[in-house]
Design a protein around this ligand. Structure first.
Ligand code: NAP
Length: 313
């Protein structure tokens, strides 16, 4: 460990080209020396490569944003999904325990079956409906069951300015079609990748810079934006914000038809209730999580700012 490690940790970010990984590169940069790697340098399905990289970089903190996230494809690709989402994090945890590294890992609302009629707390029993959900549950269990100092942050409905996501898809469809049909019986909280990255940075800073290491409150935490909506409500909000910003749409929010999940069959089943209770995060770290709508507004601004002016009108 470097002599000034107490002041400037070295932080390894995996999955750096993903939605969350991209935002972590921004949010963690002020905390120390960031080494950000994508799949080409750190493929979680290649254990030897991962082990070698961790031993070369010798980080103080690993933030694992890499994951197999193709929820439907995973139904026919369980071997790879489990290699990336279970075995990869298990190996990172093993290396973290061996070298005294803090490990931050992400998991998902899809570990639940959605049958509960209120938001899920960390102690609720997981019961995944999909291969992806099972693989992510196995990953969080491997991390939490290891000897590493580790945090698992469960989140939901992630969207970021970098990468494909629901908000971008709705925007693109509403520019091409005059009606959209969107599922209205699954509820959750759209959570921006930037928020998740900022929360991660706050916790890492607290752990590392503020000398909380001895009393570090590792474990499992739910982290989502505040409030709740359905995919239908989310789509309407995206279109409302886009119209407000002068985007020429074929489909306005009123043209978004609410449909049941049964009218939009997918290979992987999704939970009807994706709501996660975030009280433990607030109690433990005093972190305030803003309403999902403010995050979506910021995301829309970022997406539209990145477009040529002629695309907006
Ligand atoms: N997206 C959501 O709605 C959501 C919801 C709840 C929880 N989460 C969790 O949040 C975390 C971040 O997700 P995200 O939204 O940022 O996902 P993402 O945008 O799909 O990013 C995942 C990254 O992992 C990389 N990756 C895939 N296979 C890999 C492998 N074998 N080795 C190394 N890297 C690999 C991908 O690289 P390529 O681009 O090369 O494929 C991608 O850059 C994940 O743990 C995810 O399970 C996401």
């Amino acid at each position: 460990m470097p002599a000034d490690a107490g002041l400037t940790p070295s932080i390894l970010i995996t999955g750096a080209r993903g939605q969350v990984g991209f935002e972590l590169c921004r949010s963690l940069a002020p905390l120390g020396r960031v080494v950000a790697v994508d799949r080409s340098r750190c493929d979680l399905a290649r254990p030897e490569q991962v082990r070698q990289l961790v031993r070369e970089v010798r980080p103080d903190v690993i933030v694992n944003a890499a994951a197999y996230t193709a929820v439907d494809r995973a139904e026919d690709d369980a071997t790879l999904a489990f290699a990336v989402n279970r075995d990869g994090p298990a190996l990172l945890a093993e290396e973290a325990a061996r070298a005294g590294i803090l490990l931050v890992h992400y998991s998902t609302d899809y570990v639940f079956d959605g049958a509960k009629d209120s938001p899920y707390v960390e102690e609720d029993r997981p019961a995944p409906l999909s291969v992806y959900g099972h693989s992510k549950l196995a990953g969080e269990q491997a991390v939490l069951g290891s000897a590493a100092s580790a945090l698992v942050l469960r989140t939901s409905w992630v969207a970021g300015s970098h990468g494909g996501n629901f908000a971008r898809t709705m925007l693109a469809l509403a520019r091409q079609r005059d009606t959209l049909r969107v599922v209205a019986d699954q509820i959750g909280a759209p959570t921006m990748a930037a928020l998740l990255a900022d929360v991660t940075a706050q916790i890492v800073a607290r752990h590392w810079l503020h000398g909380d290491r001895a009393a570090f409150a590792g474990g499992l935490y739910h982290v989502t934006a505040a409030g709740e909506t359905s995919w239908h409500g989310y789509a309407c909000e995206v279109l409302r914000l886009a119209a407000q910003r002068g985007v020429a749409l074929q489909a306005m929010p009123e043209a978004v038809e609410p449909i049941p999940t049964s009218a939009y069959p997918r290979p992987a089943r999704r939970p009807a209730n994706s709501r996660l209770d975030t009280a433990k995060l607030r109690r433990t770290f005093g972190i305030h999580l803003p309403d999902w709508r403010s995050g979506v507004a910021q995301l829309l601004d970022q997406i539209l700012d990145g477009e040529p002016a002629c695309a907006k009108a």
